[in-house]
Every structure is written in C-alpha cells, then in structure tokens.
Ligand binder design. Sequence first.
Ligand code: CO
Length: 298
Amino acid sequence: MDEETLAKYVKAGQIAAEAREYGKTLIKKDAKLTDVAEKIEKKIFELGGEPAFPVNLSMNETAAHDTAGPNDERTFGESVVKLDVGAHVDGYVGGDTAVTIDLTEKYSDLVKASEEALNAAIKTVQIGTTLGEIGRAIEETIQGFGYEPVRNLSGHGIGKYIVHQSPSIPNYDTQDTTELEEGMTIAIEPFATDGIGLIHEKGRALIYSLTAKKPVRNPTTRALLKQITEYNGLPFAKRWLSGKIPAFKISFAIREMEQLGMLHSYAPLVEKKEGIVSQKEHSLYIGDKVKILTKSRA
Ligand code: CO
C-alpha cells in the first residue's frame, strides 16, 4: 500500500475513534437514538470524514444493524447498547469500530468478555496469522467468561468504498488456515452473548445499500436515487433521505427500488434465543508493525 493511501486509512480510523468516544458520552437512558446518531454522524463530517455507514445503535438482543429511523422517538432506557461507527476518507474505510455501553449496570462481565476477546485477538495479529487462530483466541476468551461468541457474525476486510470484503474474520475457531497478508486492512469484531451464539434477521430494515442501478420513473424515486448514488454503494440510513420528502413517499420509493432488485436491505440482527449481546471492534492495518487504526488517542 502506498503512503498516501495508508494516510487516508489512518485518518479515517482516527475520525471513527474520536466519533466513537464522543458517542459514548451521549448514550444515556433518556437520550433519543435519533439525537445520538445525528450528533455522531455530524461529528464525523466535522472531523473531515464521511460516515462509512449509518451509526448503528443496537440494543439488548439486537447485535447490529439497528439505527434511528425517520421520526424515531425511541430512547435507550435500561439497555445494553452497541455503538458501531464507521468513517471513510475519500472512500477509504479506515474506521469501523464499536463499543458496548451497559446502561443496566448488570452486564459488566458480558461487556468485558467481548473487550478481552478483542484484546486477545489483536495480540495474535501479525503477517501470517491464520484466521482460525484469531477465531480461536476470541472463542476461548468469551467462553472463559461463561458466554458464547456469535458464530454467524464475523470481522471482515475493509477497503475503498467497501465495508465488508474478504477475508472474513471468524469469531470462533473455524480452523481456517488463510493467513493475514501485508497491506491488508481488517476489522475484528467479537460479539459475546448469554444466548446460543447465533443471530438472525428480524424486523424492518432502516439501513440499505445500492447494489444495482436501474431506470426508475417515479419522480421521488428518481430524486432519491440521485442522492443514494452519491454514497458509492456504501450503506445509508432511511432517515438520511428525509428533508422535504414526506416519509410515506420515501417508504414507497424504497419499496419500488427493492422490488427492482436495486437495494440490499440490512434488517436488525437479533440473537436467536434473545440473549443479550455485547460487541467490541477495532480496525487494523497489517504491516511489519500492526497499526490499530481506531485506537483512541486519549
Ligand atoms: Co465491522
């Protein structure tokens, strides 16, 4: 990787880290998801980046892919909140990072399990580490706390205008002998749960991405498609499309694009036995010296 590209990943990582730390201070029982998501996304822009995906705010048994919807009145209440933040600079997604905030004060061990699992995973990381080794470190650490890793969620490569690419970094020992290579940028994200360790999609999506562009006739759909195209295939939130267009028209346009096979929808990912889920995530650059791109500077 050339210096200039690496510098963009590093900058995006720092922006995501700062936005995550800022977000942590906003998540309170009586805070609204909408306000928190909007403030964090605004912060990313202020710091010179752009969101790589909508700020994910997923509570309790929801592991990921929830965010504030249009006119969302939800507050966090007594919940275990996963805050997942992504930032890119000129498309380079150098920052995908997550943290868990326990507003119940009853799940400190569960929170610690995913934190320690991430630490253990990062300790194994160097050029040549196998994906199975990373997964094993995560699985052993989480089970050491008496919990289960979420097996059908994984870390992933990050790239230019891509949040999920190969390699897929497992959260358990898959015995995968694929090795980390110099120049890779990856995100490692252990999820721990007191459920069975599997998630499924449940409920309506509030996050989408454009996967194929097709001609549309409806004027609202056409206007929204123009906006959506600017995200370059990165995920976007339904609430980003508001502005002057009424919500029901946006829903109609999204349905039209879904029916035409233009959109991928990201429904909330919920633990199958409704176990509580914790998550911790960092983005890393694999070089002679491994860089944790989303490490907090403070
Ligand atoms: Co990620």
